[in-house]
Design a protein around this ligand. Structure first.
Ligand SMILES: [Fe+2]
Length: 184
């Protein structure tokens, strides 16, 4: 199967589910994040990273009600592992960092924390709260940290009820152009 076929299958199977505590479905959320990445003129690798940043949620069964979470599901690690088998680090690494980027921004940008949605404030606590100074320095030492921060902003923007972003078909060719050749 092509990677675009796998993505289509995942979003068809699970994408209609609501995006934890937000007024959009998982598919709408990914499409909106990709839309905002494209609107900013981001490279294709980051547009696809935005589209697929929560793929870990589609691969993993986690409770739909955020209040049932007893620990963070670490969806960024699940997503990164899946993406790293199919794309280069310019796609998988920003995804790996997008949750930490929220903790980073909460520590470094005082206006950022005030703009978080209520659901995002709740998960922040599960994710460990704002970064310490040592964590900030370690985060900035990672090669894709800037891309992870950009992705975080598109993630935060992509929660608009009633905003119909362009559909998945817009991205299928881009996905297969970026993907490594698949065995079998
Ligand atoms: Fe997200």
């Amino acid at each position: 199967m092509t990677v675009s076929g796998e993505v289509t299958a995942l979003y068809t199977r699970r994408g209609a589910g609501s995006y934890f505590g937000e007024p959009v479905s998982m598919l709408e959320h990914g499409l909106q994040a990709a839309y905002f990445a494209r609107a900013e003129g981001a490279p294709a690798s980051l547009v696809i990273a935005a589209l697929l940043h929560d793929i870990g949620h589609l691969l993993d069964d986690v409770p739909a009600d955020i209040h049932d979470w007893h620990a963070d599901a670490r969806h960024e690690d699940v997503g990164r592992a899946w993406l790293a088998q199919r794309f280069g680090p310019e796609v998988s690494e920003p995804v790996a960092l997008h949750v930490a980027a929220k903790r980073y921004l909460c520590a470094t940008d005082p206006s950022y924390a005030r703009r978080l949605s209520p659901a995002s404030v709740l998960t922040l606590r599960l994710q460990g709260g704002p970064m310490s100074a040592a964590e900030v320095a370690a985060f900035e030492a990672q090669s894709h940290f800037r891309e992870g921060v950009r992705l975080r902003h598109w993630d935060d923007q992509g929660k608009l009820a009633g905003f119909n972003a362009p559909g998945l078909h817009e991205y299928l060719e881009m996905i297969d152009a970026l993907a490594r050749p698949q065995a079998g």
